[in-house]
Design a protein around this ligand. Structure first.
Ligand code: HEM
Length: 275
């Protein structure tokens, strides 16, 4: 209630919990380093976007599982949103590129041995698309969300649902690559070739496949842009996650991730098309 007895109206700040949000940035460097606040905020904003990506990918998955034309249209619409978020994520790397390597070194040791490599939400987003790696997941075991990640890895992914959508439309006995026999492999690629040969005959499936390729492309662009930015900042030095990333770390590890594809069949099918 206000002093005049009227009900208190919700404010912008209360709705968005702005005071709480602004309390969450704790710089650790001693002496203080100007660029640390920028570094923390950029990472926190990434984590917020990852939270939204988890929310959106869960809904996309739900719509794809249902599989009706209306739901697939909604899944495609939300894929466009996910693609737009990824474009923001790629663009955000430029903020870090404005940091001089010498300025990063003024606070880098303060965050050691923490690394983006330990971001559980990033792994959850990868997992939603079917990019599960139990070894990578094991490096997040000290995080409170670790068990949720392991659980998500046992569940169906958007990649699994894509094959269900194809099966529901009579397009071959299809499933993600790792579970296929050579015969199923051939059958699956033949089914996808049908879709890509005649996009107008399978417009919904084709649009869904391409919306997923657009997302995969953005994820790949993020990885590439991140590794370039990392090289600009630390060259070939070990990453702060050294010792947690296995045999490789730093840019040598990151370079091994550049070939990861959430939907490898959707990339391969192009090679099969003839004129
Ligand atoms: C100056 C800024 C940054 C540097 C120097 C940096 C450095 C690195 C390095 C060296 C790795 C490999 C693991 C290691 O050796 O520690 C890594 C992995 C990673 N970083 Fe960054 N990073 C930076 C900013 C970011 C930002 C803003 C994010 C956003 C959340 C991020 C997310 C990740 C993720 C998700 C991985 C794991 C990638 C994978 O396994 O595919 N990094 N980073």
């Amino acid at each position: 209630m206000t002093t005049t007895g009227e009900p208190q109206q919700l404010t912008y700040s209360e709705y968005l919990k702005v005071p709480e949000l602004l309390q969450q940035q704790t710089c650790l460097a001693d002496p203080a380093a100007h660029d640390e606040l920028q570094f923390i905020i950029v990472h926190q904003v990434y984590e917020l976007w990852f939270k939204l990506l988890r929310h959106e990918t869960a809904e996309i998955h739900c719509q794809m599982r249902s599989g009706s034309d209306t739901d697939l249209r909604n899944a495609i619409r939300l894929c466009r949103r996910v693609e737009a978020i990824f474009k923001v994520l790629v663009g955000q790397i430029h903020v870090l590129e404005s940091m001089r390597p010498a300025d990063f070194l003024k606070f880098r040791s303060a965050l050691n041995p923490a690394s983006g490599f330990q971001s559980v939400q990033f792994r959850e987003v990868e997992t939603a698309f079917g990019l599960c790696d139990e070894q990578l997941a094991s490096f997040t075991k000290n995080d409170p969300r670790h068990e949720d990640l392991l659980k998500a890895m046992q569940e169906e992914s958007i990649s699994d649902s894509l094959y269900q959508v194809l099966r529901d439309r009579g397009l071959g006995v299809t499933s993600p690559g790792k579970q296929r026999t050579p015969e199923q492999d051939e059958e699956t690629m033949a089914a996808l070739k049908l879709v890509y040969d005649s996009p107008d005959k399978y417009p919904m499936v084709y649009d869904l496949c391409e919306a997923l390729v657009d997302i995969d492309e953005q994820l790949i662009l993020w990885r590439r842009h991140h590794v370039m930015m990392v090289e600009r900042q630390i060259g070939d030095k070990p990453g702060t996650g050294k010792g947690t990333t296995g045999k490789l770390d730093g840019i040598r590890y990151l370079q091994t991730t550049l070939m990861r594809r959430a939907f490898p069949d959707l990339w391969s099918v192009r090679t099969l098309l003839s004129d």
